[in-house]
Design a protein around this ligand. Sequence first.
Ligand code: F6P
Length: 322
Amino acid sequence: MSGPTLRRVLTDAGQPSDLIFLLEDIASACRAVAYEVRNGPLKGNLGLAGSENVQGEDQKPLDIIANDIFVATCTNSPRLAALVSEEIEEVVWLKEPKEGDYLLFFDPLDGSSNLDTNLSVGTIFSIMKVAEDGDRTVLKPGREQVVAGYALYGPATMLVLAAGQGVQGFTLHQGSGIFRLTQPRMTIPEETSEFAINASRHRHWDAPIKRYYDEVTAGRDGPRGRDFNMRWVASMVAEMHRILMRGGVFLYPLDDRNRDKGGRLRLLYEVAPMAMIVEAAGGGATTGTERILDLVPTEPHQRIATVLGSKSEVDHIAALHR
Ligand code: F6P
């Protein structure tokens, strides 16, 4: 087996031991979630749980199981002050916050509409720091993230981290349970001819997104002068992993159906971590009008318009908004 282990990579990078412990807890939680996802049909964990989360979305049994695994595993960390989970309405304070303590934001199981069809799902997470003793602010801009990451439960389970050293991908070895470095430097090609959007919402989009879609679907006869390809898995982690591996742009814009909620995807534990990863890999991340990492959230479960991926394409979409 080749490739250094997760701990070795984090230690060699000089990460503080408290952060390494927390990241190892997160890796353990992801390993446990991967196991539950793989055994879902055998344990009767598909279908609906019969409950709704804070956002009014139907919960799946595995959403709840994955959330419980994260809470049980990550609360071991002595420097973790608070948790913000997609599945929990309130911020969970674990201790009196001290300067330098960590805040963990996570979507325990993203793309869970794919569970019943045995397609890829993932976990997204982000770590920030408490600014000073007693500070209970969790509404911080994404540029303050210390680490952003995701786990992809695909044919292989992967952990992808942006922790100040570019973007690194680790693969879970089935059997030993060890995450080993397999993608030392993930970068997003600047140019792309591939986009991802839920095109069934076309009639609800605003003019700049309609114009972008018209341009790329016009192909070589249109203003872009080349053919584009489209992909839509309906699982953000799977979509972003593809974009990190071969380029592309992912859009979940504001539209007439989601405008009153502010968009579709959640800022603190979905979009901001992905934006940090994408920027660290050389890509771009915007709402269309603002850089995502500069947004100061107004509430923990805030939603936001999202455009992420290859830099020149993201810049082009931002220009269409101007
Ligand atoms: O968390 C939301 C999510 O499941 C994302 O993973 C995915 O990109 C999106 O929703 C899919 O949206 P839609 O249901 O419109 O295809």
